[in-house]
Write a protein that binds this ligand. Structure first.
Ligand SMILES: [Zn+2]
Length: 318
């Protein structure tokens, strides 16, 4: 049973909104675009891994995705943790595409579709460190007996995994392709056939893990050191993506392609929600949508959102 879902989809939406609202000249533009691209492939990779996991017996296994736990050294993140009565399995998911070549040190050379080579460190020590930290964490919570296993899962089925040597296999045994995940899991189930914890104990542990899970800060502007004033304001044309649309005869009008829209402001307000927050005042709305009239702002807001507070202090919940 999946007790904790993946958490990256929201981050992907936030990064997408930030990219849209950041000038190409902003010093953080490249970093935001790079992280957005990685996050997008991360979310796709997560979905790929969900498929083999969907074959696991939901009565017997508890699945927790994207756990972020604290220990003495700070935070450590576990992509996926599977709890069973006889062993725990940690999955480190790698969204690497193209061709992966493992050398004798387990280091990875990735060759992308564009034939550009990129190096990555051996993923196994990194996963082992997460496992070590998890092991310590469990000991601190009086769980001593359960065997812990780890796998590095290459999420995309089209990715080719190879050894740099034609005669020696340098691919670490912990590294598997997504399509082997279910079968490797079954093998581990056979290896660890003794039940050491009851399902009730597993549930308690899963609840404790979810309770101490600390999501990374949602405040994306703080993370990327972008101030509110630096964001590009206005309503994008949904057809040609030009900016800003103007208000004309109770509609949004694109001066670039003449497209008309009644609700183009909703996407802009969603960007506001993703980047700044759920609550918006009339003045903030005028600023973000580049409107001059408080009455138009009020009309647009009241049509779609509930408000709290009276006149001056009124805010609307997006
Ligand atoms: Zn347009």
């Amino acid at each position: 049973m999946i007790l904790k879902q993946h958490g990256n989809t929201m981050t992907q939406f936030r990064l997408e909104a930030l990219d849209r609202r950041l000038s190409p000249l902003h010093p953080m533009k490249n970093v935001v675009q790079r992280d957005y691209k990685n996050m997008k492939s991360g979310v796709r990779g997560e979905r790929e891994v969900d498929y083999p996991l969907s074959f696991l017996d939901v009565e017997k296994y508890l699945i927790l995705h994207n756990l972020r736990l604290r220990d003495k050294q700070g935070f450590f993140q576990i992509d996926t943790l599977i709890l069973s009565e006889s062993f725990f399995l940690l999955l480190e998911v790698k969204n690497w595409y193209g061709t992966l070549l493992f050398d004798e040190n387990g280091q990875v050379i990735r060759i992308g579709d564009d034939y550009v080579e990129e190096g990555f460190p051996n993923p196994v020590p990194q996963a082992k460190m997460q496992l070590h930290r998890l092991h310590k964490w469990l000991q601190n919570h009086d769980i001593f007996t359960i065997p812990l296993e780890l796998l590095v899962v290459i999420s995309f089925l089209s990715t080719i995994i190879k050894s740099t040597s034609p005669t020696t296999n340098f691919i670490p045994k912990e590294v598997i392709h997504n399509n082997q995940l279910f079968f490797t899991f079954e093998e581990l189930g056979r290896k660890y056939s003794t039940s050491l914890l009851k399902i009730g104990q597993l549930r308690n542990l899963a609840e404790r893990l979810m309770k101490v899970h600390t999501p990374p800060s949602k405040d994306i502007l703080v993370k990327y050191n972008v101030s509110k004033d630096e964001l590009i304001k206005g309503v994008f044309c949904p057809k040609c993506f030009a900016l800003p649309m103007i208000r004309k005869k109770r509609q949004w009008f694109c001066t670039n392609c003449s497209h008309k829209s009644v609700d183009a402001h909703l996407a802009a307000l969603n960007d506001y929600k993703m980047l700044i927050g759920n609550n918006i005042s009339n003045q903030e709305t005028r600023e973000f949508l580049q409107l001059t009239s408080p009455n138009v702002a009020k009309w647009l807001l009241q049509k779609n959102f509930k408000f709290v507070g009276n006149t001056k202090a009124r805010v609307y919940e997006i």
